[in-house]
Every structure is written in C-alpha cells, then in structure tokens.
Design a protein around this ligand. Structure first.
Ligand code: C2O
Ligand code: CU
Ligand code: CU
Length: 487
C-alpha cells in the first residue's frame, strides 16, 4: 500500500519535471524521482537507405559513455546506444550492412538466427580496429521474425557483450499485415543485464567464467525498471534475451502470454503461456491482451539453471561435493518493467491461425549425430564431445540439401542453451517427449541430463559455421564446434 501511494507521488513529480524541462534534472531529489519512473525507451531504429528491395545501413562498434539508470557508464556500443539500433528489414530484401569497428580490439558482427550463408555470416572473421566489412545477404521468404546481432570473435564474445554490444533485428513479412497483428502495439524488448563496477563493465572473475556473468542491473532496452504506458489494449512484444548468461522466466501480472513466434518466426497458432522461459540467445513474440485498467509488472521469476554459488563454496571441506551445490540466480521474482494499460481497454481478438510450419519428414534423415555437453567446473572449461573448440578442426561434415538429426545430451550439472548458426532447426523431442507445437528454432535450452533431439535441414548454403552454448562465457571457454556443409 505504502509503495503504491509513493509511486503515485513520483508519477506527478515526473510530469512536473517534464513541464520544467531538462534543466531541473540535475537536482538529486528530482533525479531520484526521475529514475523511479523511467519511461519505457524504444531502441532507436537503424537508419537505412532503401532502393526497391535493396537496403543499405551502417553499424559502428565503439566505446561510448552512456547514462545508465542515472549514472555514467563506460560501455561498448553499436552506433552509440544500448541496445544498438534496431535493423528493420523485410523478407526478400537484399541487405548491404557495412560494419566498422572502432573498438580498440578485434571484433565482428554475427547476425544471430538468420538463414544466410556462413560465407557471409562468418564466425571466424576478424575486423580489426578502424577496419570495415560489408555483410551482404538476402532475407529468405518466410523468415519474418525477431533476430539480433552481436560480436562473435572467439574469446572476446563474453567481455564485448557484457560491455553492451547487442542489438535487435526485425524482419517483417506479409503476415504482419493481418489486422490482429497490425493493429496491436508492437514493442521490442531487448533484455540485457549489466554488471557495472565504478561505471565500468565488471572484469570477469573465475565465477563469471564458470557460471556465465549475470549483472544486477537487469535492463529493458537499456532502462532500469521502465514503465510502458500502453496506447493500445493489445501488445505484440518481441522479446530478445541478449544477456550473456541470465535466463528470463517471464510473467506479466494477471495476464497470460499468447506465444505467436519463436526464434525463427511464426508458429501455427497462438499458444497460451502462464510464463515464458527465455535462455540466452532465444527470442519469442507474444501477444498480451490488456483487459482492465491498471499497472502490471513484468516479472522475472526465479529459475534454477544449476549454477555454482560462492556462498556454498566457502564452507566446503573437500571439492567432491561441488557438483551438488547449485542454486538459482534470484530466489524472488524481480520486476523488469511495468505496463500501464490504457483506459477502458478493448483488446483485439487473437489470430485464429498464423503461418503453417513445415513438417519435416524424419524418415529422410541421412545421419544422426550426437553432441555431449560436459564441463570441468573448477577450471571453467567447457566441452562438446569431450573437445574444446578448435577453429581449424572440422567436427561435423554435412551434405547440402540433406536432413540430419542431432541428439544433444547435457551431461553436466548446469543448463546449456545450444545454438546453431545459419541453419534453423526444429526440436523433435525432449527426453522422449514430443514438442507440443512445431517451431523453427536456433537456440534450445538443455537442462541437466536432458537429451533433446533436433531436426536440422542443411539447406541452401555450403560453408563452415559453428554451433555452441549461448552462455557466451562457455562458448569463449571452449563449448563450441564446427560444421562444414559441402555440395
Ligand atoms: Cu548469438 Cu554464435 O551466436
Ligand atoms: Cu548465432
Ligand atoms: Cu553453457
């Protein structure tokens, strides 16, 4: 009760503040009021030039000072914002994306989730300081959905992403014109936590390398606990887990989510969910029907991904019990943002159907592969099939145009979100249990002991690419392999 009346007072302060203009922001009292009612920021759209279906844009990674939750932070950014600007393109577009690296260290750009050639989206490419590289590709039909971009130089991924290098990519398509989607209020939510020490990204310590680094500042589009005043009663949220290691187990107070799309685009019809788990790298699109006025918190519910806890370590007489010491990152729900419903809300009807999702004929599978996930926790070393990543080793060779089944087996104590570049897949079953609906994915979470089978069509492109754990610290510490697709 006390809280809600305090919130009201602050809301009034915020309006007064806006009336006064920006000059008043310096006052400590007012700036405190300001931070408590952070308006929901939309990530800026990347400026593009378009001629017909040819789209050109530029992205630059560089150090930048940003105001994060009222304090200065020295980050690494794409085009000087956190998250980076949203690249908005359309199915069938030909994109020419010029990337310039103004960081003091080597980096590159990975277009996470797009079904484009590994010769374009080259995970081993290195773009040095002051160098540029042009990524040219075509967006396939049927690929409309929510994607993202981030750096991918092995060994630098975790620290660069922890410093802020993430951005969203939206591919639109014909289905977006259906009234049930077109007339909804669309918002992109980039979930990125930051661990800051004295305004700088915290240096990774051993625990960060083991567990993957989580930051206590859980930001939505770079804002801490922002408030979204919805203009419409139906929201279409495109949610991206762009965090290094944090899992989000999302729930909106008093509202189910209606899942309409996963990593690789639309599913066949909306699926009602009480909560939505997003592992690092995963995306989802959901519809929310705001049926009554009020303020509703978007919460992150506790989720146990089996990480090692420092507190547990200190009392230990011997190391043998370490595997059993696990815990969740948070034990209480935390608020990520607040949604304020419009007055007298009348949400749209849900779409009765979305897009057919191709049914793959598993009898045509030419090869079944197995990947075992394991770890040597105390050294923070992570393995796929007992091997650490080697860019010069070909782990799997596939044939263009064939269908493969991959069995992913997590033999470690921690969850690992598996990710494959360039070739979207479908999850067949988890521990023998078929998936409840068909969907295109590029990340699938593996809980301890899980055996997940995925169907991987190797379509359209030859070349060398990678698969890895998307807790990017684990990727940097070896949990990655190579796939070579030949003619
Ligand atoms: Cu988003 Cu290889 O990763
Ligand atoms: Cu990727
Ligand atoms: Cu992992």
């Amino acid at each position: 009760m006390k809280n809600s009346s305090a919130t009201k007072t602050i809301t009034i302060n915020r309006r007064e503040l806006l009336a006064l203009g920006g000059a008043a922001l310096g006052s400590p009292v007012l700036s405190r009021a300001f931070t408590q009612t952070n308006p929901f920021p939309q990530a800026p759209s990347l400026e593009v030039t378009r001629q017909g279906n040819v789209v050109e844009a530029t992205l630059t990674s560089a150090p930048a000072n940003l105001n994060i939750n009222g304090k200065n932070a020295q980050l690494m950014t794409y085009n000087s914002s956190l998250p980076g600007s949203v690249l908005r393109v359309h199915e069938g577009d030909t994109v020419r994306l010029t990337y310039t690296n103004n960081l003091k260290e080597v980096s590159n750009l990975h277009l996470h989730g797009l079904h484009i050639s590994p010769k374009v989206d080259q995970p081993m490419l290195e773009v040095k300081n002051a160098e540029s590289h042009v990524y040219g590709f075509e967006l396939p039909k049927g690929s409309s959905g929510t994607y993202w971009y981030h750096p991918h130089v092995h060994g630098n991924v975790a620290t660069q992403m922890a410093a802020g290098l993430v951005g969203a990519m939206i591919v639109s398509g014909p289905l977006d014109a259906m009234p049930e989607l077109r007339d909804a209020e669309e918002q992109v939510l980039v979930l990125k936590d930051l661990a800051l020490v004295d305004g700088k990204p915290k240096e990774h310590d051993m625990m960060d390398w083991m567990n993957g680094q989580e930051g206590s500042l859980m930001l939505v589009n770079g804002a801490f606990k922002p408030t979204l005043r919805a203009a419409k009663a139906t929201l279409r949220l495109r949610i991206i887990n762009a965090s290094n290691a944090r899992y989000y187990n999302l729930k909106l107070e008093s509202h189910p989510f209606y899942l309409i799309a996963t990593d690789g685009g639309f599913i066949e019809k909306p699926v009602a969910l009480e909560s939505l788990l997003l592992a690092p790298g995963e995306r989802a699109e959901v519809l929310v029907q705001l049926t009554s006025e009020g303020r509703f918190k978007l919460q992150n519910l506790p989720y146990n991904r089996g990480i090692m806890k420092m507190g547990g370590m200190s009392g230990m007489g011997n190391m043998s019990g370490m595997g059993g010491m696990t815990g969740s990152s948070e034990t209480q729900p935390t608020t990520l943002m607040t949604v304020i419903a419009p007055s007298n809300p009348k949400p749209l009807a849900l779409p009765s159907s979305l897009l057919p999702v191709e049914k793959l004929d598993l009898s045509r599978t030419v090869v079944t592969r197995r990947i075992e996930f394991s770890e040597q926790m105390m050294q923070a070393k992570f393995y796929l099939n007992q091997k650490s990543f080697d860019p010069n080793r070909v782990d799997f060779q596939g044939k263009l145009g064939t269908l493969e089944i991959w069995e992913l087996h997590n033999k470690s104590d921690m969850d690992h979100p598996f990710h494959l570049h360039s070739y979207p897949f479908q999850v067949i079953d988890r521990n023998g249990k078929p998936e409840p609906y068909r969907a295109w994915k590029d990340v699938v979470n593996l809980k301890k002991n899980d055996l997940v089978r995925i169907a991987v069509p190797l379509r359209d492109f030859t070349g060398m690419t990678v698969y890895h754990c998307h807790v990017v610290e684990h990727e940097d510490r070896g949990m990655m392999g190579t796939l070579q697709v030949n003619d």
